[in-house]
Design a protein. Structure first.
Length: 191
């Protein structure tokens, strides 16, 4: 528009960025430090799962009860979040129904599961994992919040080839960043 922006239009434009659940090439996400920027808080979106994708979506939660404080939740080999191991379990209602029918589908750490269906687009919504390969037998879990914990003992290790960078003090500038303008800590899961 050729009309100069009024205060109302400026106010409206600053507050109407819609929530992007996945990267979109034709749009640019706001900087996370910008006022009113919006970011997905849940680990899995409804764009994932086995509906409408070309390849299997493989979920895994890596955890060693002797060395790890948190379970490393991954999709297709990429770290999505860290969670307390007791927070990962199949739906208790489904487990009770399974037990009544003589079935036992207990969640197993360090095992790959194929996603089935589409995850719910919110924290604590459901997502489904195939518990018997080659069948439609799926069990649901809660969609975890995206969180990386500085007290995780694995911080700084570089095994597996997967790493999550945490930028703790990126300056908000249009100038190129130099190594002295921010601090970087490295998180890498145990494999």
């Amino acid at each position: 528009m050729a009309i100069p922006a009024t205060y109302h239009r400026q106010y409206f434009r600053e507050r109407t960025n819609f929530r992007l659940t996945n990267p979109v090439s034709s749009y640019r996400n706001d900087h996370p430090c910008d006022e009113n920027s919006r970011w997905r808080k849940f680990a899995f979106s409804n764009k994932e799962g086995d509906d409408g994708v070309w390849s299997d979506q493989m979920f895994e939660a890596k955890y060693d009860n002797e060395t790890d404080t948190y379970a490393t939740v991954m999709l297709n080999g990429y770290v999505r979040t860290l969670v307390k191991p007791e927070a990962i379990a199949f739906d208790p209602a489904q487990m009770a129904s399974d037990a009544a029918n003589g079935l036992d589908y207990t969640f197993e750490f360090n095992r790959e599961y194929e996603m089935c269906g589409r995850p719910s687009n919110y924290v604590d919504g459901w997502f489904n994992l195939r518990v018997v390969d080659g069948t439609n037998t799926c069990r649901r879990l809660r969609n975890p919040v995206v969180a990386f914990h500085p007290d995780d003992p694995d911080t700084g290790k570089t095994s597996c080839g997967h790493a999550v960078l945490t930028f703790s003090s990126i300056p908000h500038t249009s100038q190129p960043l130099t190594h002295s303008s921010f601090r970087v800590s490295l998180y890498s899961p145990t494999c």
